[in-house]
Design a protein around this ligand. Structure first.
Ligand code: PMP
Length: 284
């Protein structure tokens, strides 16, 4: 496949990064994944903004404009075989000559991007929806989950616990027993027709899909989303639970550990929201 590295396009085999790169040694970097269906990117501006927020927080200075990024994404879609892609963007602080924890000065960030194939766009049909059984466990990651850091080991371990139990995600709760998010998704619940999701803070990633759903419902529907603390008991007792991410869109959860959610099938509210999402996801 063709990848992008520091200004050039090349075959993945020929892309070389120094082992002294702080992305490799410290996980010192920021990443993004933008979905592109037939070359149309979803939430492009919001994804780039989130990446820039992360870079600013880490004091990584990079002079790429949104247009620069757009060209890279378009090129990766064009140069690779396939229809639908997740476009992975990665900026690390760069390679240093010595080992030091402090941010070095005068090094150049490493910029890497590639495209991986993703399945067809999710559908809003109950019978053919991709559904999720998930694990539930206490969130043992760090206290800066709003940063989309390339240091994903905490998330990977949580995801792996779910995978080992035969599940496709792991939903997390904090030390107070409050829902945070999942290892690679945000979480929504529905109870008696009311949609809720945890508020944005340092415990969760500000998901672009989450943001799109809230915007779409705000401008196209009588349905509202309440951003509030949710206990794990409420989660398990919900009529519907969804996990959301760039590639899943609104993913219906049918089982959490041994607890069946609702009837064990995607719910009516899910169907309505995924339908609205399908209609309006490229508006933003
Ligand atoms: N939370 C975490 C921890 C994630 O890694 C992701 C992205 N896979 C999300 C939430 C969802 O974010 P987005 O909707 O921007 O994909």
């Amino acid at each position: 496949s063709t990848v992008y590295l520091n200004g050039d396009y090349m075959d993945a085999e020929h892309a070389k990064i120094s082992p002294m790169d702080r992305g490799f040694l410290f996980g010192d970097g920021i990443y993004e994944v933008i979905p592109a269906y037939n070359g149309d990117m979803l939430g492009f501006t919001a994804h780039i903004e989130r990446m820039n927020n992360g870079l600013n927080e880490l004091e990584i200075v990079l002079n790429y404009t949104p247009d620069t990024w757009r060209i890279i994404c378009d090129q990766l879609c064009n140069k690779n075989q396939g229809k639908n892609f997740g476009i992975y963007l990665h900026v690390s602080r760069g390679a240093d000559t010595k080992r030091a924890h402090a941010y070095p000065t005068g090094i150049t960030p490493t910029v890497f991007a590639y495209a991986f194939e993703i399945p067809e766009q999710p559908v809003s049909i109950i019978e053919s929806a991709t559904t999720y059984t998930v694990s539930l466990e206490q969130d043992k990651r760090w206290q800066r989950c709003h940063i989309k850091s390339t240091a994903l080991l905490g998330n990977v371990i949580h995801y792996q616990h779910g995978a080992a139990a035969g599940n496709k995600e792991t939903i997390l709760y904090n030390g107070l027993g409050e829902l945070t998010e999942a290892s690679s998704s945000n979480v929504f619940i529905v109870k008696d027709g009311v949609i809720s999701t945890p508020p944005l803070d340092n415990q969760i990633l500000p998901g672009i899909t989450r943001w799109l759903i809230i915007n779409i419902l705000h401008s196209h529907s009588e349905l509202k989303v309440h951003e509030r603390r949710i206990s794990k008991e409420e989660l398990l007792d919900a009529d519907e639970v969804w996990i959301t991410s760039a590639t899943k869109e609104v993913g219906p959860v049918i089982k959490i550990n041994d607890t069946l959610i609702g009837t064990g099938k995607p719910g009516k509210t899910w169907q309505r929201v995924q339908s609205l999402f399908t209609l309006h996801k490229f508006d933003y």
